[in-house]
Design a protein. Structure first.
Length: 261
């Protein structure tokens, strides 16, 4: 299997053109995995790890100390453990049967006849600590899945690589990559709901931060503080309300032609 995706004329055996194909479709086999990471990203991870160690070891006192340190320790272990698993295990595997996406702990498969499109898309918010271009697989139900390591960090030209992959997969799909209005409608609808959930999460986080500030003020000024109400129930209620309103707003504004493929 070629390691980072063969060019349009390359295959596992180093042949070109139609000679690179056999009945099993080996000319399409590719594997995309982590090859390197920018030094600034490694430096950021090291800084975060050191800060977490400092927070866990520093001596503090207060009524919240009994549960703060265990919660922080579990969160740090889970976060860095999942990141380490994704960096070592995560990859995108392409075969004659379809595409397999392996994440930190899960794995998804899509056969070629269930794959609608493969698109290289820019990140909405550019950052020097994240790739500028990432790749998604869209299935015939309008769902999308991130293809790990198919980005401009691991590939010199992800656009050209995916164009070549789509060309190579045409024989496996027994169909072209033409746009279908019904699937495009599903993609737009799901994209709108993702945006609604993301904005609801951001709104809930803002409410939680406000409640946290209020809790700190009450901690100083009063003997008793409704911590569970302020830090859990109110933010959760705000998230649920925002999610319902934003999803309803999306459904009411999207034309019927996009809502009902």
């Amino acid at each position: 299997m070629s390691e980072y995706g063969a060019g349009s004329g390359d295959a596992a055996g180093g042949e070109s053109g139609d000679e690179a194909w056999d009945e099993a479709g080996h000319g399409i086999e590719r594997e995309y995995r982590r090859r390197w990471l920018p030094g600034r990203v490694l430096a950021l991870w090291a800084f975060l790890a050191l800060n977490c160690v400092f927070q866990l070891t520093r001596s503090t006192t207060g009524p919240a100390e009994e549960w703060r340190r265990p919660i922080l320790a579990v969160t740090v272990v889970l976060a860095f453990g999942r990141l380490a698993l994704f960096m070592t295990r995560g990859r995108t595997l392409v075969t004659g049967d379809g595409i397999r996406v392996r994440g930190a702990v899960s794995e998804r498969r899509r056969a070629w006849h269930d794959i609608y499109d493969i698109r290289v898309e820019p990140l909405p918010r550019k950052s020097s600590f994240a790739p500028q271009w990432i790749t998604f697989l869209y299935d015939t139900e309008g769902r999308r899945f991130l293809l790990p390591h198919v980005d401009d960090w691991q590939l010199a030209d992800p656009h050209a690589e995916m164009t070549d992959l789509r060309y190579a997969a045409t024989r496996q799909r027994d169909m072209t990559w033409e746009r279908r209005p019904a699937v495009e409608a599903l993609i737009r609808r799901r994209a709108g709901h993702r945006t609604a959930w993301q904005r609801a999460f951001n709104g809930g986080l803002i409410v939680w931060l406000c409640m946290f500030v209020l809790w700190v003020v009450l901690l100083v000024t009063q003997d008793e503080q409704p911590a569970l109400l302020l830090l859990a129930w109110i933010p959760l209620a705000a998230f649920a309300l925002l999610a319902a309103l934003l999803n309803w707003r999306w459904e009411s504004q999207v034309p019927r032609s996009l809502r009902e493929p």
